[in-house]
Design a protein around this ligand. Structure first.
Ligand SMILES: NC(=O)C1=CN([C@@H]2O[C@H](COP(=O)(O)OP(=O)(O)OC[C@H]3O[C@@H](n4cnc5c(N)ncnc54)[C@H](OP(=O)(O)O)[C@@H]3O)[C@@H](O)[C@H]2O)C=CC1
Ligand SMILES: CC(C)(CO)C(=O)C(=O)O
Length: 365
């Protein structure tokens, strides 16, 4: 029988995945806290636009406001849930869905940050899996509307990576992978921990750097100083991941460990990383010039960010293993100032650090 699917947090990621699964005939109910968004989806369907005209659709899908979540209990128990709220709202989302779960339900973190443990504390560790969205590039740019900024089916990249927290290849994780192939390309991974940390480093390179500068991903990568600053941020985070013992994956087409070597002064590694970033930034058919990471979107909308769930996590784990992460600390401080209304996004907020920081070797604390 087809699984009954609930998506808690139907913003850009949750809404996009849920709408595409509904379009593929799956039994999906979206749950979201933004009343105007729920009203728009009920009235007009979930509107999706992509980089090509054939990606435009208005998809009918069942949607509840979070105050109506009790209505999930009117049907059979939920077999599969995607949690796609911002990471700071994870525990609350898991608590809200728990009463409606079937005994063998799977609860999937479709987020950035690392949230499988928190979800497991609420619903049981045996019911949790992880989903990393690596090249989805979506933005909820108004009620009922998601814009995707990269083409559906990015060639050469697995858009989704799904895995069990303990890395086992189970039937349920293969089934999750098969389901998500209705949305985009999928890799079923035995290395969720390594994928998670590599994605955290990619988010550190992108999310706060865009939020602090006000620039899109392509604009950042076309600017030599900001590009190198981003590489430094990622390199620090990757060094922490190495010290923690993760088997790191790639960031885009480049092995993640090259970012750490680049930050340590290895010229060949830096050249490879820069070449890949610049090629992607100039290939405008592969990514819209307007694509901002989710934290850049949050700051533009005046919404709270995941600064603690990304930079706070890198910094906390860096302290455990004695790795210096000054660029990550700088980005966290700037984003906090912006969130508090004491600064406005501007590249100068990062370039002040970049001009004194990029050529310095990495030191242990
Ligand atoms: N966007 C992307 O391309 C990617 C995002 N991710 C991750 O996915 C997770 C979800 O992020 P994402 O989908 O981008 O988040 P969104 O901001 O699009 O949606 C999250 C929630 O925020 C609320 N919300 C969003 N915009 C508004 C608004 N203008 N007014 C009122 N409420 C609003 C909604 O519910 P509520 O009011 O209940 O909060 C929504 O469910 C995060 O962990 C993120 O890091 C991962 C990969 C890519
Ligand atoms: C687009 C991407 C990959 C940037 O790091 C992302 O994960 C986000 O927007 O949060």
């Amino acid at each position: 029988m087809a699984p009954r699917i609930a998506i808690i947090g139907a913003g850009a990621v949750g809404g996009y995945i849920g709408a595409q699964l509904a379009a593929a005939g799956e039994d999906v109910t979206l749950v979201d806290g933004w009343a105007a968004h729920v009203a728009a989806v009920r009235a007009y369907g979930f509107r999706v636009d992509g980089m090509a005209p054939e990606e435009t659709a208005a998809i009918p899908v069942t949607m509840l406001h979070e105050s109506e979540i009790g209505r999930l209990g009117e049907g059979p128990a939920i077999d599969l849930t995607f949690i796609a709220v911002k990471s700071y709202a994870t525990r609350h989302a898991a608590e809200r869905i728990r009463p409606f779960l079937a005994p063998g339900a799977l609860v999937v973190s479709a987020q950035n940050g690392i949230n499988e443990d928190v979800i497991g504390e609420v619903v049981g560790h045996g019911r949790v899996a992880g989903l990393i969205a690596a090249r989805i590039g979506v933005e909820l740019d108004g009620p009922g509307h998601v814009q995707r900024m990269v083409p559906r089916g990015s060639p050469g990249i697995d858009v989704f990576r799904v895995g069990e927290p303990d890395g086992r290849l189970t039937e349920r994780i293969e089934a999750l992978g098969a389901l998500l192939r209705k949305v985009d390309s999928v890799k079923v991974t035995t290395n969720l921990a390594g994928e998670r940390w590599s994605k955290l480093a990619a988010n550190a390179m992108r999310n706060g750097v865009s939020a602090a500068s006000g620039l899109s991903i392509n604009a950042l990568d076309r600017d030599p100083a900001l590009r190198r600053f981003g590489i430094k941020v990622a390199g620090e985070a990757i060094r922490v991941g190495e010290r923690l013992g993760f088997a790191l994956e790639s960031i885009g087409p480049v092995p993640a460990t090259l970012y750490a070597r680049a930050d340590e002064g290895d010229g060949a590694a830096l050249a490879k990383v820069e070449e890949a970033l610049l090629a992607a930034a100039l290939a405008t058919k592969a990514r819209s010039d307007a694509q901002r990471p989710s934290m850049g979107q949050d700051v533009a909308k005046g919404r709270p960010t995941e600064v603690e769930e990304i930079y706070g996590l890198v910094i906390a784990r860096a302290r455990e293993v004695g790795v210096a992460v000054p660029a990550n600390e700088h980005v966290r401080a700037v984003v906090r100032e912006i969130e508090a209304g004491r600064a406005k996004p501007h590249p100068a907020l990062l370039l002040s650090f970049a001009s004194r920081g990029t050529d310095q070797p990495a030191h242990a604390v």
